[in-house]
Design a protein. Structure first.
Length: 107
């Protein structure tokens, strides 16, 4: 199951230095809902190697404002406490996400 990021826990998780993947989503977003099971599968697949989770833009707001999230789904990738240049917007396939997560791990 994917991790649930909140404004209270996200900075600490990013600062841990581990690879982090954050899916910005909302319940009313059709493409977000279709990607939700893929995000859950990837969280299980990568286990403790990468923190993969979801950030609900309707329930939280600080992080989406900080990173200027204008459309959802948007997925940001972090490593060593910093945002990387890897950023995906719109619905993505599992294969594309796996490729980007492996790219993140290799950084």
């Amino acid at each position: 199951m994917a991790f649930t990021f909140t404004d209270q826990n996200v900075d600490e998780i990013i600062a841990s230095g581990k690879p982090v993947v954050i899916d910005f989503w909302a319940t009313w977003c059709g493409p977000c809902m279709r990607m939700s099971p893929i995000i859950d599968e990837l969280a299980e697949q990568f286990g403790d190697a990468v923190v993969i989770g979801k950030y609900n833009v309707d329930e939280e707001g600080d992080l989406s404002t900080k990173y200027r999230i204008m459309s959802i789904p948007t997925i940001l990738f972090f490593k060593n406490g910093e945002k990387t240049d890897i950023r995906l917007a719109g619905s993505q396939s599992k294969a594309t996400l796996e490729e980007k997560i492996n790219e993140l791990i290799a950084l």
